[in-house]
Design a protein around this ligand. Structure first.
Ligand code: CA
Length: 266
């Protein structure tokens, strides 16, 4: 759950009056008439991505989650789910295994490879032990066998959101730190402006500190599919990042690994 608000008390004799409604809509101080006094509150619900190709079940899950106050988005294929997560990382993913294109477990391992730590609850009709093991090995956090109870699904979503919510993740390598939730980067505690692509490239490297990532992995994550595999766009953006953040040529944090790709390491 994210909470943000702006308030304006210009000309108000009452001073700021904070009134939170359960719906999170704009509320006001007692002298409501003047718009200058309105406190605007946006209460953003946790966002759950549902990936399920059985339309009726997908809509049912969607309805149950919305009734619980979650914001939902539904995708019906693995490719669409991957693109969705890359465009806007949800707070939790409910992921069916049997999808028409990429197997849900493969979607799960691809997301983990790309550094996403979003809680993933796998849904499957298979109840065999090896399938459960395979599900958890692919990086899923939880596993529900169809038919499942919605109360159980809701309880598990709540548990995973509780687990992930309070920690504010800050990635740090050397004197560079990156705050994914604030979309902010600092060098020796001084903010550095990055473009969106530069930010995503740096985030991907920092989420895999010490590991070599190929140009193709970086390309897929930062630019998505549909870019020429031989494109030198990754090299170009590494150059931009170094210029902004990694100017000490005697001790590079962003390192070129010949024939393999790039890694970041202190
Ligand atoms: Ca299915």
């Amino acid at each position: 759950m994210r909470l943000s608000f702006q308030l304006s008390t210009r000309g108000c004799a009452h001073g700021p009056v904070h009134v939170l409604t359960s719906s999170g809509r704009a509320v006001s101080c007692p002298c409501f008439e003047s718009s200058a006094h309105i406190i605007r509150i946006t209460l953003e619900a946790s966002r759950i991505l549902i990936v399920e190709d059985e339309t009726a079940l997908a809509h049912l899950i969607e309805r149950v989650l919305r009734e619980e106050g979650y914001a939902t988005h539904t995708e019906f294929s693995g490719e669409a789910a991957l693109a969705m997560v890359m465009a806007s990382e949800p707070d939790c993913i409910v992921l069916d295994v049997g999808l028409p294109d990429i197997d849900g477990l493969h979607v799960c391992s691809l997301l983990r490879e790309r550094g996403f730590r979003t809680p993933i609850i796998i849904l499957t009709a298979r109840d065999a032990v090896p399938d459960r093991v395979r599900g958890l090995d692919s990086g899923a956090d939880d596993y529900l066998v169809k038919p499942f109870s919605f109360d159980e699904l809701l309880a598990r979503i709540r548990a995973h959101l509780r687990r992930t919510a309070p920690t504010q993740e800050i990635l740090a390598v050397g004197d560079i730190s990156l705050d994914p939730s604030a979309h902010a980067v600092f060098k020796s505690s001084v903010p550095v402006e990055l473009t969106d692509h530069e930010f995503r490239l740096l985030e991907m490297l920092m989420r895999h500190t010490g590991k070599v990532l190929s140009r193709q992995q970086l390309l897929d994550y930062v630019w998505g599919y549909g870019i020429e595999p031989n494109s030198n766009v990754v090299d170009l953006y590494i150059y931009y990042l170094r210029k902004k953040l990694d100017t000490d040529t005697s001790h590079r944090l962003i390192q070129t690994v010949r024939g393999a790709g790039y890694k970041i390491e202190a």
